[in-house]
Design a protein. Structure first.
Length: 87
């Protein structure tokens, strides 16, 4: 996966986290506490600046009361970019 592709998926994941967090009316601080992560880490994820481990993806999904599968499907993380379609 190229750097550009990695950056795009990080941005899509960050948008999904932000959207779900806002639906639940949680602050970044509240989400961080629920997920046992630092608030600045949540902020970095939401901006697409972090590539979270699978362990942290699971923590976030649990904290957002959603399965990883639903998070990826319903919030557009799995959407292919034009670059990925060419592979």
């Amino acid at each position: 996966m190229s750097r550009k592709q990695q950056s795009e998926i990080n941005k899509r994941f960050g948008k999904a986290i932000r959207r779900r967090r806002r639906e639940l009316d949680l602050s970044q601080e509240e989400l961080a506490e629920r997920a046992e992560l630092h608030q600045t880490y949540i902020s970095d994820i939401e901006r697409g600046g972090r590539n979270p481990s699978l362990e942290n993806v699971e923590k976030l999904a649990k904290a957002l009361d959603i399965s990883i599968t639903r998070l990826f499907i319903e919030y557009g993380v799995e959407v292919e970019s034009e670059l990925e379609k060419g592979d």
